[in-house]
Write a protein that binds this ligand. Structure first.
Ligand code: G4P
Length: 498
């Protein structure tokens, strides 16, 4: 076990992400939290991952903006004795995969909902990831200063659409033009309007009291109302958050569960941020520390490479500044400058052969064959594709029938990013061939004979993923549902971890 001073450092850490549909108010809320933490001093200072709307079709511009956002990938600050790490997630849906992976590195999440729009598509998808991982979530109903949906309806919608029980912790005094303030339900104002009295009777009759255990299990979400823009209801959220949100939680490795207080250092890589400048093919590999304490210039064990490595210039992220750090603790994120040694999912330890689980790949939404357009550069193309996949830019599948390579992404932009980077960083040229595909399904069965029959019958639709697993490439929802009906002993998974 770590010495108690180090244990206290870990206990005071709160590492979380804010998730929302674009425009719900994530950037505004982040900024207000940073203001409370004294990490910034004026509103408008956060150049976050938010991608300017005008730039959505110009991916070079988007990449430039993403470059700026390295500094805001993690925003650390101290508040009321706690050390808070906010992990930023890209707003652009073509980078949803990045966000999914970032969620594997957080101990909890805050979901921001626009009270006029209710639960939107991206929030629903991100919440699915939280549910899978049993990540505790709090909900902030934002923009109460605008005319919006009824606060009770919003909670009903959140329960139904996000699949989680809700209970309010604060309540809004008015809404839209009449919005004045929020108050904590355990500290109610004396003079209440008849409407508010009615609301409170309803709340007392219908909603359970906040139960921290249920929250920590991921079963119950405390709900807050407010306006990030007007800075109303934000402090209530922050104070409740630091007291109730979990400190770093144990992380499951293939071999065993790793507890944050263990004295030996362990960490996994959840994100690699490439430098878009072709003259400097350098990256930052982001590691979440799962246990112990990380020290600069100390040898650690790179499990996949079976090699000791040390880091002279690790960075941590305070407010919006990247700083070299001498030490960091479980719960923290360290950025390690990298020239191709790391891939997503890699584990660093103090010597133990550990493999962290839970970095799932999700079925891509778009698929294309990738072909070589310059016969002299086959090697460069193979190397480029392999490294870009390690970085998590997209997913590679190889057809079991003809060996052709298929790239799967969540958005059109990634195809352009891949082509550009192959040309500029690897001097390789590629061509895309359209491919009508619905989903990639990882298949599993207890019945070996049935699995075998399936694989033979569907040979032309079978592919292998980067880890060598069998994947069924369903070309339509209909084909998939027929397969599910005909092969009752086979389970079709839309993520690579099950
Ligand atoms: P995002 O990061 O989730 O994409 O959202 P962001 O915070 O950028 O907010 C999106 C828009 O919603 C912004 O307006 C922002 O000012 C506004 N907004 C955020 N919170 C509130 C709130 O509580 N009440 C109201 N009324 N508006 C809110 P914009 O016009 O797109 O940008 P800006 O010109 O205001 O910066």
């Amino acid at each position: 076990m770590l010495p108690s001073a180090d244990q206290n450092e870990i206990l005071r850490r709160r590492t979380f992400a804010i998730i929302s549909h674009p425009d719900a108010g994530k950037t505004t809320l982040t900024e207000k939290l940073l203001l409370y933490g004294g990490a910034i001093h004026v509103a408008g200072a956060v150049k976050s991952n938010k991608i300017r709307k005008t730039a959505t079709s110009d991916w070079m511009e988007i990449e430039k903006q993403r470059g700026i956002s390295v500094a805001t990938s993690v925003m650390g600050f101290d508040y009321d004795g706690y050390h808070i790490n906010i992990l930023d997630t890209p707003g652009h849906q073509d980078f949803a995969e990045d966000t999914f992976r970032t969620l594997t590195a957080v101990d909890s999440a805050i979901v921001v909902i626009d009270s006029a729009k209710g639960v939107e598509a991206q929030t629903r998808r991100l919440m699915e990831v939280c549910r899978m991982r049993k990540t505790p979530v709090m909900v902030f109903m934002n923009k109460m200063d605008r005319e919006g949906k009824d606060p009770f309806d919003l909670m009903d919608e959140a329960e139904k659409e996000l699949g989680i029980h809700c209970t309010p912790v604060t309540w809004a005094n008015g809404q839209g033009l009449k919005f004045e303030s929020v108050f904590a339900l355990d500290n109610r104002p004396k003079d209440l309007s008849p409407k508010l009295q009615e609301d409170l009777e309803m709340i007392d009759g219908v909603y359970p009291e906040f139960d921290r255990e249920a929250y920590l299990r991921g079963d119950l979400a405390p709900v807050f109302y407010g306006s990030a823009y007007k800075t109303v209801g934000v402090q209530e959220l922050l104070d409740f958050f630091v007291k109730n949100a979990p400190s770093p939680r144990p992380v499951v490795a293939e071999e065993r569960e790793v507890a944050p207080m263990e004295d030996k250092f362990t960490a996994f890589c959840f994100k690699i941020h490439a430098n878009m400048d072709p003259n400097h093919r350098s990256c930052i590999a982001f590691f979440k520390i799962c246990s112990g304490k990380f020290l600069r210039n100390t040898y650690y064990y790179h499990v996949r490479k079976d090699q000791q490595m040390r880091f002279a210039a690790p960075t941590c992220f305070m407010a919006q500044k990247k700083e070299t750090v001498d030490e960091a603790f479980a719960g923290d994120i360290v950025g390690l400058p990298d020239t191709g040694n790391f891939k997503i999912g890699d584990t660093l330890t103090a010597g133990e052969k550990l493999h962290f689980k839970g970095l799932p790949s999700f079925s891509p939404e778009m698929f294309k064959y990738i072909d070589n357009a310059d016969p002299m550069k086959q090697k460069q193309l193979d190397k480029g594709v392999s490294q870009l996949m390690d970085e998590g830019v997209a997913q590679l599948f190889v057809s079991q029938l003809n060996g052709r390579k298929i790239i799967g992404t969540v958005g059109q932009l990634q195809f352009e990013v891949i082509q550009y980077r192959l040309e500029h960083e690897y001097q390789a040229k590629c061509k895309w061939q359209p491919l009508q595909m619905y989903k990639a399904c990882w298949i599993e069965s207890d019945d070996d004979a049935e699995l075998d029959t399936f694989k033979k019958r569907k040979a032309q639709y079978m592919a292998t993923d980067k880890e060598g697993r069998d994947v069924f490439m369903a070309d339509s929802a209909y084909v998939l549902s027929m397969a599910q009906q005909d092969y009752k002993h086979i389970t079709f998974h839309f993520t690579s971890e099950f």
